[in-house]
Design a protein around this ligand. Structure first.
Ligand code: M6R
Length: 612
């Protein structure tokens, strides 16, 4: 949470910083600020509210500086206010810092600094950092680069997570950055360098990036970057060329990123399938290095993730168990990491994360490694933290996902998990090849079928118009349809703020049916031919209690008791979630629009949850 940007080069820093902040607002948007070095002084501008608010400050136009740092905040310590906004300065105004993450021991550090006479102007954890830097800069005798050493000694005192940028009026030719468990990238060009929490924020300026590791320091000058480890020994680092093109991180005429990303799903699926799956050939994941011998040893798979990525895992579990017969469990990362799971070298732990930076998922991965399990990361972001930590990594190719509500990442994660399950099954010879071939055919048909589902948009919009004022909705399904109903319910909550719950349809009569009363909206997902009759019976039970129903189905449903039916193309039940979720994404989207809400930046949420 929180987005940070930095610039040093031959152009005016302010417009570049503001642009970067605008594209990072999905990470937090309750206050924003920038600091530049102008006329040998650090000038800061910050305020509560969105970046657009900051942008209005007339003083920004007078800033000609070529070096600056900036921040958009998602409050953790202290309310959204001007005082709590970043950048934060030390008491002597020599150092300015922006920070993404949480300093867990800030109270202890604050006490230490207060005992040395430092005063604090904000309620944030961050404000200890510039003051610690100042303290060590002025009180410790350093040989060599005093600025870098003071930053290093100060950050070594921090417990928690951080991506930090520091500028100093005493060293106006550089920005020092360091990270631990929070993302940070450096975009590079001949005479300018850019820093950001993620790649899309600076993708319009360069495609060449350095990906910083935990506890790695970078001293960023206008025309070069130096890298140091935690002992301050210097090393070189390769530049990574990023293939995403900048326009893919823009709205391209869509009203919101979320709508654009929903519509990008046919292509995201096509790109994710890539060359991994071809008709008449075995699926190809040989590049990741999992050997057949190791596959044969696996006796347990865990899929660990958060939110939508965890919901994708629920579908992956069904595919893995069905095709490989290896018992597979899905865990919420924040639970898994604290429940002392039983893991050993025969356990494969799969971690799914669109951003690859989710704190709980990374911690669960580290725990699994320490217990001897093999770890496989699935991410959408090349070089993200989980991919660097894991034994094996594979990528979805959904392109940048900007809207806080995840859509195309979810469907891409499912398709990748299912192709992986087929690959495992082919190597283990655990499923008949004709079953696998049929499934492959169905996967290859997905992009076209997704286009068909998208033609239902107007019908879904009509339904959204009828129900957007409601206060509660329920989602029902069985099997993979239940997994989809969980995701549909999450999407609705996130962006429409309507209370909603999802239930396994068979569970309804064990309690939740007490909530059903006249006029309540119930959404049923019915795509599994073996279970459809049973789910229909459960939905009849709510119809007879006055519920208003929307049915998403690929079955021929003759019953006409239902108020609204959206037909989607038929496909193998393992992959039907990729089609059946789309109407639910659109439903959440249009309800949010009818309510006049900010679809892409829902309240209290951030795209990347880099704190616990
Ligand atoms: O980047 P990740 O996939 O690790 O993010 C996990 C969740 O925070 C994320 O899926 C969240 O639930 C989304 N806002 C859902 O739309």
């Amino acid at each position: 949470m929180c987005g940070i940007v930095g610039y040093i080069g031959d152009k005016k820093a302010t417009p570049i910083l503001i642009n970067g902040l605008l594209s990072l607002e999905y990470r937090g948007y309750d206050s924003a600020g920038i600091a530049v070095i102008q006329n040998n002084e650090i000038c800061t501008f910050k305020d509560k509210g969105r970046v657009a608010n900051l942008q209005k400050a007339p003083e920004l136009n007078n800033l000609t500086s070529n070096i600056g740092i900036a921040h958009t905040r998602w409050a953790t310590h202290g309310k959204p206010s001007k005082e709590n906004s970043h950048p934060h300065l030390d008491n002597s105004n020599n150092f300015a810092v922006v920070h993404n993450g949480i300093i867990e021991n800030y109270n202890e550090l604050k006490e230490f600094l207060s005992s040395k006479g430092y005063k604090f102007l904000s309620e944030t954890d961050t404000e200890v950092i510039p003051n610690l830097i100042h303290y060590y800069y002025t009180n410790e005798i350093f040989e060599g680069d005093k600025f870098l050493q003071a930053v290093k000694v100060a950050t070594n005192k921090l417990k928690g997570s951080y991506a930090i940028e520091v500028i100093s009026k005493l060293h106006p030719d550089r920005i020092i950055v360091v990270r631990k468990d929070s993302p940070l990238v450096i975009g590079t060009k001949a005479t300018e360098n850019f820093i950001a929490s993620d790649i899309p924020a600076i993708l319009s300026y360069t495609k060449d990036f350095y990906l910083l590791d935990d506890y790695e320091y970078a001293v960023v000058y206008k025309d070069h970057v130096q890298f140091f480890d935690n002992t301050l020994s210097e090393h070189s680092k390769p530049v990574k060329n990023i293939e995403w093109d900048a326009t893919s991180a823009e709205k391209n005429g869509y009203e919101d990123y979320m709508l654009k990303e929903i519509y990008e799903q046919p292509n995201a699926i096509l790109e994710t399938i890539g060359t991994r799956l071809k008709l008449g050939e075995n699926c190809c994941f040989d590049d990741i290095g999992i050997t057949k011998e190791y596959l044969q040893k696996i006796n347990k798979i865990y899929i660990v993730a958060c939110g939508t990525a965890m919901h994708a895992g629920l579908v992956g579990k069904v595919a893995l168990e069905k095709l490989t017969h290896i018992p597979t469990e899905v865990d919420i990362a924040s639970e898994f990491r604290y429940r002392d799971p039983i893991l050993n070298e025969k356990t494969l732990c799969i971690f799914i994360s669109q951003s690859g930076e989710t704190a709980d998922t990374i911690a669960a991965l580290k725990l699994s490694k320490s217990k001897g399990a093999k770890t496989l990361a699935i991410s959408n972001v090349v070089g993200s933290s989980i991919t660097r930590e894991a034994d094996y990594s594979i990528y979805t190719h959904a392109g940048p996902e900007i809207a806080v509500a995840s859509t195309k990442a979810y469907t891409s994660q499912i398709v990748l998990l299912i192709i992986l399950a087929i690959y495992f099954a082919e190597n283990l010879q655990s499923t008949n090849s004709s079953v696998l071939n049929n499934l492959k055919n169905d996967i290859l048909d997905l992009p076209t079928k997704l286009e068909t589902v998208l033609t239902e948009t107007e019908n879904i919009k009509d339904f959204a118009k009828k129900v957007y004022n409601e206060t509660d909705m329920y989602f029902l399904g069985r099997g993979t349809d239940y997994a989809v109903s969980m995701e549909g319910s999450l999407k609705l909550k996130e962006i429409s703020y309507i209370h909603s719950e999802s239930y396994a349809a068979g569970e309804l009569k064990h309690g939740p049916i007490a909530l059903i009363e006249n006029g309540v909206t119930v959404i049923g997902i019915l795509t599994n031919p073996d279970l459809v009759e049973k789910t229909i019976s459960n939905i009849q039970e709510v119809v007879s209690r006055g519920a208003k129903t929307l049915i998403i189905t690929n079955q021929n449903i003759t019953n006409n008791n239902f108020d609204f039916v959206i037909d989607i193309p038929e496909t193998n039940n393992l992959i039907s979630p990729i089609l059946s979720i789309v109407p639910l994404q659109l439903l959440a989207y249009y309800i949010s629009k009818y309510k006049g809400l900010d679809v892409d930046k829902p309240r209290n949420l951030a795209k990347s949850v880099t704190v616990e």
